[in-house]
Every structure is written in C-alpha cells, then in structure tokens.
Design a binder for this molecule. Structure first.
Ligand code: XMP
Length: 509
C-alpha cells in the first residue's frame, strides 16, 4: 500500500476509531504500538499520536523518541499524544482540577489556522482526560481553548507539529472530521485516493506475485470475511484455489446447501464436506461450553486436514483474518509483555504448516463489506449477521443431539425469516434463538404439555465487544411466538432476552 498515515498507539480505547476516521477520508493508515515504530519511509505522510489510559507523569509512562520524528513529517498528538509533546519539551502537565469528561466548546478558536479551518466558533468537542497542559513549552502556541481548558489545541511554531486535548475521532466532536481532514489532506498532503477498487487492484496484484503458480486451500464459513478473502484470492489465481466448506451439523436451516450454491455461482471451486455425524459423535454427552467448543475445533481441524491432503502440492493456507484481529495490543508495561508464545510446529496438523495468506488483514469489518460489494458478492452473503464458528452448539444449552439441532433450526428459521419479512433484519447486528435446557408446562387443545422453552435474542452492536438488546416491536415478537409454538413440535414457550453486553454476552454459552 503506498501513501499512508502512521498512527502510534499509546493504548487508548479510541485508537481504532482514529484509524476508521482517517480511512473514511479515503486515506490508508496503520496502527502500530508506540514501542515498535516502523521505519519512516517516504510512503508515510504524517503521524498521529493516540491517547492513553496513562499519565505522562506516571513512572514508566509510554514514551517515544520524538526528536527523531519532529520536523521530518507532520505530527498530530491527540490527548496523551499532545500531553507527551508538551511534557517532553519543558511544558507543565498537571492533574485536572476536575476530571474533564464529556462535551465542551471551543470558545476561542484560530480559524485561520490550517488545522482548524472549516470549523466554527463554539465547535463542540469530546473531552476525556485526567491531566491538563497547564503551561506550554517555548515555541508552542495555543490555537484553541474551551472555557476550562486553555490549551485545547496548540501548534509548534515553524514546524507541522500539533497537539489537541480533545478527541476528533469521536462523533460527539461534531467537526472532528474537518480537523482530521485538514491534517491528513491539507497538512500531510494525502491524495484521498484509497478506495475499495484501488484496494482490490493492489491486492490482486500482490496475491499474484506472492502466490505465483502455487496452490492454495482455504476453509469457508459462509460468513463475510472468508467469502471476500476467497473471492480476492480467486480473482488473483483462479482455480489454483480450492475452498473447503464443512457442514458441521450446527449450521442454520438449509444454510449448507444455500451457501454452497452461492459459492458455485460466484465461480469458486468449493468442496462441500458433510461431516455432521463426525461432529455429533464428538459432541455426544458434552455439556460444558468450553468442552463443546474444543471438540468442535478439534474435529474441524481433522476434517480440514483430511481434505487438504486430497489436494496435491498445496503451499498456502488462505484465511479471512481482518485488521482488528491483528492489531498488536499495546502493553503499557513495555515490549516484553507483547511477546507471543510459540507453537510447537511439529505437533500441528499438516495444513497448519502451510504459509498463510490473509488478504483482508489490513481492513476493518465494514471495509470488508465495501470490498465485497465492489466484488459483486451477493448481498445474501455480504449483509448476513455474524454467526459463531461453533454454530448452534453454543445456542443449545447442555448436550447436543441431532434432534435438538433440528428443533432449534426450525425456531431460528422462523425468527430470522420473520426479521427479513418485516424489514427488521438489517436493523439488527446479530440475532438468533437459544434452546434452553428446561421444560415448562403448557396447554394445547385439551391437553397439558411439558415441552421446551426457547429464547429469542436480537442485539445492536458495532463490533460485538458491547451490545444492546434491540427493542423489537411487541406485535412482531407476538407473531414470532405464535408461529414458533404452532409450528415447531416440542416447543411450548418463547421468551425474549432483554440483557445487554456487558454484563451479559451475546451468546448464552
Ligand atoms: P459474545 O457471546 O462473547 O460474542 O458476546 C461476541 C461475538 O462473537 C461471536 N462468538 C464466537 N465466534 N467462535 C466464533 O467464531 C466462538 O466460539 C464464538 N463465541 C462467540 C458471537 O456470535 C458474537 O458475534
């Protein structure tokens, strides 16, 4: 990837948001930890220093060799990043008299300034800091203030180095995007030409030269990430790619057949493997959620290894890994804590010894969707809700049987179809049904029943890290309950999950 902005992460919860906002401006950027700065080459047009949960006054606070960067290319310090600039060059950073958290207004703002143009007097910004810059070093000039924070923004005279106390990446900073645009476009001179099409062309070229005439194998899940990754690899190397889609018996109703059909329409060379019984056998009698997950993971590896062995001369393993999975988490304790444990390569299945190719490992989820749409992957795949790898096994509380899977598939199908038919599917981030390990008394016709209870769950979320239950219309929920109880044998009660994450999780197991 050519032109880019480098974001140095000091551990703020907002760092990924900064990257999102820069990329929304069609400028490529990467996040790297403060203690592992990549080589500064000509492709890097500017640096953003993130916030941090630490204070610059803490012993062992995250630090950086700013001398080697200042003046070489534009720098924007955000919150901690700005305090670090002030602190290191002789300014004074002290605890705020009151912790500043929430909205504030830039009452004084130097609108002639290149960083602040196209913003307005009184602009609302989001503050979240425990320290305040009380005194700036010599040569640093205040360019914006709020009623309680004099140094809300500063510039170092004679160089393109800036600091801001507020968070432009948070949408509550209503003109934050203007400020970031001013920085990356006007000040850093980025061309705003990083689009899905550019990404696709560059990635296909890159895959072609990396893979050459080798063969690649890849496991598909029916989800967005693996489907988009496979399509990109397929565009690059065609039938040198073989995909494997495993029916683990824990998918949604008809999902295996439907997804397999879509993949064939997309021209992918996919081997569909029916391994239902193998998974059910491995799961028999297991009730502990982690034991179930482990069994599923183990059998998946066995099945995939068997299939990979059937393809002659495979050199690469394709994977749908996306950016949030690879961003190194910053350790405020220093580089040693980021060392990863090493696998015992000898003990791994053969396919795991293949070289890995991950064409999406620089993209966020919504960017993967955009790329998928640009590749004309059907909306039924691009727009689908996330679905966990262990599938319905973690939505059937207790042990798994084929009969329970069948029951839950029917319930889930009614609910998901209902959401689609009522135009609610796209308003929900993830939805599903859970089969509870209890029975309850009911009455049907003249007969007393003693049957299963199912829970319905629908949540809104951005990334699955936090989630709110969705206020689905009562009328819709009533309809779903009727339909499920009338049509699914063995279920006589439906409840709706109204818990948010945290403290609950999205899945029940
Ligand atoms: P929780 O239940 O932790 O789920 O709030 C957050 C998101 O992760 C999915 N999830 C999983 N995905 N393997 C997966 O591939 C798993 O074991 C797993 N557990 C949860 C869940 O569906 C939600 O999208």
């Amino acid at each position: 990837m050519a032109e880019q902005i480098l974001i140095l992460d000091f551990g703020s919860q907002y760092t990924q948001l900064i990257a999102r906002r820069v990329r929304e401006l069609n400028v490529y950027c990467e996040i790297h930890p403060f203690n592992n700065v990549p080589e500064i080459n000509d492709d890097i047009k500017g640096i953003i220093l993130s916030g941090s949960p630490c204070s610059v006054r803490d012993e062992g606070a995250p630090d950086l060799d700013l001398d080697s960067l200042r003046g070489r290319l534009p720098i924007l310090g955000v919150c901690y990043g700005s305090q670090l600039l002030a602190h290191k060059y002789g300014g004074e950073v002290l605890p705020s008299t009151i912790r500043e958290y929430g909205r504030a207004n830039l009452d004084h703002i130097d609108l002639h300034h290149d960083l602040l143009k196209e913003m307005t007097h009184g602009s609302t910004v989001w503050m979240s800091h425990g320290d305040t810059i009380k005194k700036l070093p010599e040569g640093f000039k205040v360019i914006a203030s709020t009623s309680s924070v004099e140094v809300a923004a500063f510039k170092i005279e004679g160089e393109k180095t800036y600091g801001i106390q507020f968070h432009p990446e948070v949408t509550h900073s209503t003109e934050g995007k203007n400020l970031l645009r001013n920085f990356v476009v006007s000040i850093c001179g980025c061309a705003q030409d990083w689009t899905s099409d550019v990404f696709i062309d560059a990635t296909i070229e890159d895959l072609k030269s990396k893979i050459g005439s080798d063969k690649v194998v890849m496991g598909l899940s029916g989800g967005v990430d693996s489907s988009v990754a496979a399509t990109l690899i397929h565009r690059a190397i065609g039938d040198q790619l073989t995909c494997v889609f495993v029916d683990n018996g824990l998918l949604r109703k008809n999902e295996f057949e439907e997804v397999l059909e879509s993949y064939k329409d997309m021209g992918l060379n996919v081997i569909g493997v029916d391994s239902k019984q193998r998974f059910y056998d491995a799961l028999a009698g297991l009730t502990d959620p982690e034991a179930k997950r482990k069994a599923i993971g183990r059998v998946f590896i066995e099945v995939f290894d068997d299939e990979a062995h059937k393809i002659d001369g495979v050199k690469w393993l394709g994977q749908g890994t996306i950016y949030p999975d690879v961003i190194e988490s910053v350790s405020v304790k220093g580089p040693s804590a980021t060392i990863k444990s090493h696998h015992n390569v000898g003990g791994l299945p053969d396919f795991m010894k293949l070289s890995v190719v991950e064409p999406l490992n620089t993209l966020f989820k919504d960017e993967v969707r955009e790329v998928g749409r640009a590749l004309e992957i059907p909306e039924t795949i691009i727009g689908r809700h996330p679905f966990p790898g262990p599938g319905l096994a973690i939505r059937i509380l207790g042990d798994i049987t084929a009969e329970k899977v069948k029951t839950l598939q029917e319930v889930d199908h009614i609910f998901i179809q209902g959401l689609k038919n009522h135009g609610l599917y796209d308003q929900v981030w993830q939805a599903g049904a859970i089969l509870l390990p209890i029975q309850s008394v009911g009455v049907m016709g003249d007969e007393r029943t003693y049957e299963r209870v199912v829970a319905l769950r629908a949540v809104g979320s951005v990334d699955g890290m936090t989630a709110d239950w969705i206020h689905l219309p009562y009328e819709f929920l009533g309809k779903m309950s009727n339909e499920i109880i009338n049509r699914v044998k063995g279920v006589n009660r439906v409840v709706y999950d109204i818990s948010s994450k945290p403290p609950a999780t999205i899945e029940w197991e």
